[in-house]
Design a protein around this ligand. Structure first.
Ligand SMILES: Cc1cc2nc3c(=O)[nH]c(=O)nc-3n(C[C@H](O)[C@H](O)[C@H](O)COP(=O)(O)OP(=O)(O)OC[C@H]3O[C@@H](n4cnc5c(N)ncnc54)[C@H](O)[C@@H]3O)c2cc1C
Length: 487
């Protein structure tokens, strides 16, 4: 039986029974998706989910306070790739998903002394609407001319994994990189642009360059629809979120894992492979009995995965530990609409690194999705830290609130203090896909070939977004089910 037919992001394909014990370590979205898929593929298997913290969902958490709905990390998933959407559909929850609230101008970028709308049709680095680029105030005339001359820049001849900064400067010039593309992309990856791998994160732009000679030629060839030509920043029309927040997605996945034995406060310290090919999973807490299993899926952050697998394979553990992660803080602030000195109807503002401010981006939750704030109130999530300013995450909550407030005040003008503040720090939660990342992931996969009943899943490998995390869990479940069914 081929693994491919097991890979669909749905849980309704029951295939065969098994009396095996399978352990999933880590109950983030990847681990939960994996457990749900295992439950449907191996309905009679004993399924145990070991989670270090006291809750499911990992970094996906929704906080409710005074009629505000505050997302502590992710606030949406995209429908491309469609793994998250398909999963919600298969679980009967597609109608519980919201799309973004329509607004006139979606994304803004900070300039030295103002904020300016991202040119219509400019999506990450794809200028679908050249007239809008000509009219932007983000770049000067020289910068605009250089950006639009991208169509004449010959495609790269070498096929090496290029870093993001080099790719964008080569194609669009330094100014477009610094003032426009870097902040748009950093809002997603919070990465060092000199290290971020184009191949691992934005392969579609490499493909456009190769196939069409330039990104502008590719966008012309695509004959972008009028809707695409108006969209700017990210592809907001692809965004979905559960009506009651990302915590609902976690609950749906926990329900789908059905009878899985979900053990909280169970920090896995070490995984061991016995000579009889059975796995033993040890907790760092002496009162937890070791768990014996036929197969293990490790769906924790990559640094934990590296540590717990060190006695299984030193080389596998080393490859995992070479994937570094960055930290960031999400500072949520709420205001009365009258506290904003001028109305702001966009989804957010991204801040270029060259301005040396202390904010990566501000996301206006209450403009993006309905039900995030009471009437006439504004909820803003400020992102601080990332690979370039990781030290800021060590500030106290009070300092982070003051910092975010000062930065917002500079960008849009705010009177008084927020009526709600909520700080969440995510230490080493954002894997960095540095140049060479995909080679490293392939090396990890090759190492894993020696252990057919061991798999890894999560955001460190083939994508950080929720759909790809879900896919990684489902893929791991399919591989393990295949392996157990064949033995
Ligand atoms: C601030 C922020 C905003 C984001 N926004 C978006 C967004 O809007 N849309 C989007 O698609 N993506 C977004 N992402 C990315 C996405 O949310 C994550 O990549 C994804 O949720 C990670 O899921 P995961 O299951 O791989 O890992 P995690 O959520 O980190 O889950 C791993 C689990 O493993 C557990 N664990 C760790 N060590 C052990 C151990 N030793 N033993 C047992 N359990 C252990 C942890 O407690 C945790 O529950 C965002 C990320 C961040 C940080």
């Amino acid at each position: 039986m081929g693994v491919s037919i097991l890979l669909e992001p749905t849980y309704n394909r029951r295939m065969s029974h098994s009396d095996k014990t399978v352990v999933v370590v880590g109950a983030g979205v990847a681990g939960l998706a994996c457990a749900g898929k295992l439950r449907s593929l191996l309905p009679d298997a004993k399924l145990i989910l070991l989670e270090k913290s006291d809750h499911a969902g990992g970094i996906l958490q929704t906080h409710r306070e005074s009629k505000y709905l505050v997302e502590l990390a992710a606030d949406m998933f995209t429908t491309e790739p469609n793994d998250a959407l398909m999963l919600c559909r298969s679980l009967g929850h597609e109608t519980d998903l919201l799309t973004t609230t329509p607004v006139k101008q979606r994304a803004y970028v900070a300039t030295k002394d103002s904020i300016e709308p991202v040119p219509a049709g400019f999506s990450l680095m794809l200028p679908a609407n050249q007239e809008a680029v000509r009219a932007t105030k983000i770049l000067d005339n020289e910068g605009i001319t250089r950006l639009l001359s991208e169509v004449n820049v010959p495609p790269a001849t070498e096929l090496h994994d290029e870093d993001f900064q080099s790719f964008v400067v080569r194609r669009f010039g330094q100014q477009a990189f610094e003032r426009l593309v870097q902040p748009l992309v950093s809002g997603i990856y919070t990465a060092d642009p000199r290290k971020l791998s184009m191949r691992a994160t934005m392969q579609r732009f490499i493909d456009m360059e190769r196939e069409h000679g330039s990104l502008i030629a590719a966008s012309l060839a695509a004959k972008a629809s009028s809707a695409d030509r108006a969209a700017s920043g990210a592809r907001y029309d692809l965004f979905r979120t559960p009506r009651d927040g990302m915590g609902s997605l976690v609950n749906w996945l926990v329900d789908a894992a059905d009878t899985a034995d979900l053990r909280f406060n169970w920090p896995v310290e070490r995984i061991e492979l016995r000579p009889n090919n059975r796995w033993v999973i040890h907790s760092s807490q002496s009162n937890d009995e070791p768990v014996d299993a036929d197969a293990v899926i490790v769906a924790t952050p990559v640094s934990s995965a590296s540590q717990m697998l060190s006695s299984v394979s030193r080389s596998l553990s080393d490859q995992l530990s070479a994937i570094k992660s960055a930290s960031c803080a999400v500072v949520s602030l709420a205001f009365d609409v009258n506290q904003l000195r001028r109305p702001f109807d966009g989804y957010g503002i991204v801040v270029p690194a060259f301005l040396k401010r202390k904010l990566i981006a501000a996301s206006f939750s209450s403009n993006k999705f309905p039900g995030r704030a009471p009437e006439n109130k504004v909820l803003i999530r400020c992102f601080v830290g990332g690979a370039m300013q990781g030290e800021l995450v060590d500030l106290s909550d009070r300092q982070l609130v003051e910092l975010a407030l000062a930065e917002l005040n500079q960008l849009i003008g705010i009177d008084g203090v927020p009526e709600l503040d909520f700080v969440c720090c995510w230490k080493n939660a954002m894997p960095q896909y540095h140049v060479g990342h995909l080679d490293r992931v392939e090396a990890i996969e090759t190492e894993l070939d020696s252990f057919p009943t061991l798999a890894v899943a999560g955001n460190a490998y083939r994508g950080v977004g929720i759909p790809v995390c879900i896919r990684s869990g489902i893929t791991a479940a399919a591989e393990i089910a295949e392996s157990l069914l064949n033995n």
